[in-house]
Design a protein around this ligand. Structure first.
Ligand code: ADP
Ligand code: MG
Length: 259
C-alpha cells in the first residue's frame, strides 16, 4: 500500500488516479471438493491510462481468472481491486453489473454478436442498456464502427460478415460505451493468422486513439503488440517487460493487407 496522501491540499487529483487499474495481493482459490486450486496467488498490478498491457502466460496460469476479476465478472477470494480510483472488489452483483455495463469493454473469444441484429444494432446494444437516447445511440455506434473501419457494413447481419469483420464489430461494441478499459481474453486464439493479424491491428489503432487495453495471450508475438508485458505463471506475476515502440512496429509483420 502506498502512503495516504489525502489532506495534502493538492488541487489536482492524486497521482494514484493515473492508474486505471490497481490491484493489491489478489488471490483466487477454487474448491474442487478435497483439492483446492489457487488460481491467483497475490497479484499486484497497476495499469496506467492509455497503456496496452498484455498478460502473457501458459494455459492454467490464471489469465482468465485475473481478467474476470478486472471485469467485475468474479470476486477474488482475497485482495483489493481499484478501477479508476474506486474500490470495486466486493461490490454487490447489482453494482458489479453497472460497472461492467458502463465502464468495461469486453472483447472475449467468440464474437457473441446477436445473429438477427445488424452490425449497427449490435454496437448500439450496450447503449440501450445504459438508456442512451436512440439518436445518440446511432451516432455513437456509427462512430465506433468507423473507428474499426466498418462503417460501410453497418446494415449487415453477422452472417454477412467475415470472421475478421465480426470480430471488429465486437471491438466496436466494446468501445461504444467509452470504457475505462477494454479487456480482451485471448481474442486471437480461434482466429486464422490473417484474421488475428487484422484484429491486432485494430486493437493497436484503438490503443493509439488513447484507449486503455488489457489483453491476455499465450503467444509471445501477440503479446509484443502491447506496450508492456506482464508474465503470469502459476497465479503469480513472474516477470515484466516494456515493449519498445520501434519493435512493436516491426512486430506487425508485413503482410499483404494494409487495412
Ligand atoms: P488461463 O486463462 O491462464 O488458462 P485460468 O484462469 O482459466 O487460466 O485458470 C487458472 C487455474 O484455475 C486453472 O488451474 C483452472 O483449472 C482453475 N480454474 C479456473 N476457473 C475455475 C473455476 N471456475 N472453477 C475451478 N477451477 C477453476
Ligand atoms: Mg484463459
Amino acid at each position: 500500500m502506498t502512503p495516504d496522501r489525502t489532506g495534502a491540499g493538492a488541487v489536482n487529483p492524486p497521482a494514484e488516479n493515473a492508474f486505471v487499474i490497481r490491484t493489491a495481493q489478489l488471490r483466487m482459490r477454487f474448491d474442487h471438493g478435497e483439492a483446492e486450486v489457487a488460481a491467483l496467488r497475490g497479484v499486484d498490478l497497476a495499469v496506467r491510462a492509455g497503456e496496452f498491457l498484455c498478460v502473457m502466460g501458459p494455459s492454467g496460469s490464471g489469465k482468465t481468472t485475473l481478467l474476470s476479476i478486472l471485469g467485475c465478472l468474479a470476486r477474488p477470494t482475497d485482495g483489493d481491486y481499484q478501477l479508476a480510483g474506486k474500490n470495486v472488489t466486493y461490490v454487490d452483483e447489482r453494482e458489479a453489473a453497472r460497472v461492467r455495463r458502463e465502464r468495461i469493454g469486453f472483447v472475449f473469444q467468440g464474437f457473441s454478436l446477436v445473429a438477427r441484429s445488424t452490425a449497427l444494432q449490435n454496437v448500439e446494444l450496450p447503449l440501450a442498456y445504459a438508456h442512451v437516447s436512440p439518436s445518440e445511440r446511432r451516432d455513437r455506434a456509427l462512430a465506433a464502427l468507423s473507428a474499426v473501419g466498418l462503417v460501410d457494413r453497418a446494415d449487415h447481419l453477422p452472417n454477412q460478415l467475415t470472421d475478421g469483420q465480426q470480430q471488429r464489430v465486437a471491438v466496436a461494441r466494446a468501445l461504444v460505451i467509452r470504457p475505462d478499459v477494454v479487456l480482451a481474453d485471448e481474442p486471437t486464439a480461434n482466429l486464422d493468422a490473417d484474421t488475428a493479424e487484422r484484429l491486432l491491428d485494430v486493437l493497436g489503432e484503438v490503443h493509439a486513439g488513447g484507449v486503455t487495453i488489457v489483453m491476455a495471450t499465450q503467444v509471445r508475438e501477440v503479446a509484443e503488440r502491447g506496450s508492456r508485458i506482464v508474465h503470469l505463471l502459476d497465479g503469480r506475476i513472474d516477470a515484466e517487460e516494456q515493449v519498445a515502440v520501434s519493435f512493436r512496429r516491426v512486430a506487425g509483420r508485413s503482410g499483404s493487407s494494409t487495412t
